[in-house]
Design a protein around this ligand. Structure first.
Ligand SMILES: Cc1ncc(C[n+]2csc(CCOP(=O)(O)OP(=O)(O)O)c2C)c(N)n1
Ligand code: SF4
Length: 283
C-alpha cells in the first residue's frame, strides 16, 4: 500500500487507553487505503464536534473543520452540498450527536445525504468529566447524576433506522479490524451512513471488560431486510444485559439528497466560476 504520512504536529492529549485511538488508527489506515486506490486526499474532508473525540481532526493530516457542540452534522451536510464530489467524514460524540444535535442527525438520515457519521459512543460526556448522555444506562452514576440516572437510554441505531439511514453499523474500540472494514464500506456507501462505535472512555466509564464479554459479530444477516435489521438492533437496548451485535445491520440503495437538491438548478453548470467570481470580488 502507498505509504502516506497522515500524522500531524499536534501532541495527543487523550488518556492512555482511550478508545479514540482505535478509531483514529482505523480511519488513518482506511484513508491511506482509499488514497492508494486513487481517491485524492484533497477530496476528503473531516468534520468533528466538540469533546474529546473532536480532537481527532487535529491528529489526521487531511482537510478538516472543527465544528461546535451538537452541530457537526449540519456542517458536514453543508460541505457536501457545496461540493458534492467530496467524501465527507464526520466524527461526533454521543453527547454531541445523540444529545444536543439529535434533530440534525434525524434530518440528515431522513434526507439520505451522502455523508459518513462516526459516533464515538462512550456513553458519557468525556471532555466535561463524566456527565450522563442519552446512551448512558439507567442508574449511571456520574458527575451530574451522583445518585444514578432515572431515565433509560435511547437506542440510537433504532432511531436512525426509523429516520431513513441507508447504512447502519456498530463496532467497538477493541476491534480495529472490524472498524477498518466498516469505515471503508460506510465511506464508500452512497447515502447517509452511520457507524456507532462503542468507544470506551477508560477514565469515566470503563466498559472494556463488559463489552468483551457481550459482543459477537453479525454473520449472514440480510442487509436489505428492514425488519431483520430492526430485530437485531433491538437485541441490545444499551441498558439491559444482552448479546451485543457488531457489524453491519442495514444497507439500502436510495437516491442521495444532494443529487436531487442540486439537479436542474439554474446556474449549476457554471457554479465553480460563479463562486470564484464572488470570492475574487469579496476577498
Ligand atoms: C453549546 C455547548 N454546550 C456545552 C458545551 C460544553 N461541552 C464541551 S464538550 C462537552 C461534552 C462532550 O461530550 P461528547 O459529545 O459525548 O464527546 P466526548 O467528550 O465524550 O468525546 C460539553 C457538554 C459546549 N461546548 N457547547
Ligand atoms: S476522558 Fe475518556 S474519552 Fe476523553 S480522552 Fe480520556 S478516556 Fe478518552
Amino acid at each position: 500500500m502507498n505509504k502516506i504520512n497522515l500524522d500531524t504536529y499536534a501532541p495527543n492529549t487523550w488518556c492512555p487507553g482511550c478508545g479514540n485511538f482505535a478509531i483514529m488508527n482505523a480511519v488513518k489506515l482506511v484513508i491511506a487505503q482509499l488514497s492508494a486506490e486513487g481517491l485524492p486526499l484533497e477530496d476528503i474532508v473531516l468534520v468533528s464536534g466538540i469533546g474529546c473525540h473532536g480532537k481527532i481532526v487535529d491528529y489526521i493530516n487531511v482537510n478538516s473543520f472543527y465544528s461546535i457542540h451538537g452541530r457537526a452534522t449540519p456542517v458536514a451536510e453543508g460541505i457536501k452540498l457545496a461540493k458534492p464530489g467530496l467524501k465527507v467524514i464526520c466524527f461526533a460524540g454521543d453527547g454531541d450527536a445523540y444529545g444536543e444535535g439529535i434533530e440534525h442527525l434525524i434530518f440528515a438520515a431522513k434526507r439520505n445525504i451522502d455523508i459518513t457519521m462516526v459516533i464515538h459512543n462512550n456513553r458519557v460526556y468525556g471532555l466535561t468529566t463524566g456527565q450522563y448522555t442519552p446512551t448512558s444506562p439507567l442508574g449511571f452514576k456520574g458527575r451530574s447524576t451522583p445518585r444514578g440516572t432515572v431515565e433509560p437510554p435511547i437506542n440510537p441505531l433504532e432511531l436512525m433506522l426509523a429516520s431513513g439511514a441507508t447504512y447502519l453499523a456498530r463496532g467497538t474500540s477493541h476491534g480495529i479490524e472490524l472498524l477498518k472494514k466498516i469505515f471503508k464500506e460506510a465511506i464508500l456507501h452512497k447515502g447517509f451512513s452511520l457507524v456507532d462505535v462503542l468507544q470506551v472512555c477508560v477514565t469515566y466509564f470503563n466498559m472494556y471488560e463488559y463489552y468483551n464479554k457481550h459482543v459477537y459479530e453479525l454473520k449472514d444477516n440480510n442487509l436489505q431486510d428492514f425488519n431483520q435489521a430492526l430485530n437485531k438492533i433491538r437485541e441490545w437496548d444499551y441498558n439491559h444485559e444482552a448479546p451485543i451485535a457488531l457489524g453491519v445491520f442495514y444497507r439500502k440503495e436510495f437516491p442521495a439528497f444532494e443529487d436531487n437538491f442540486i439537479k436542474d438548478r439554474p446556474g449549476q453548470a457554471d457554479r465553480e466560476s460563479k463562486i470564484s467570481e464572488f470570492l475574487n470580488k469579496n476577498i
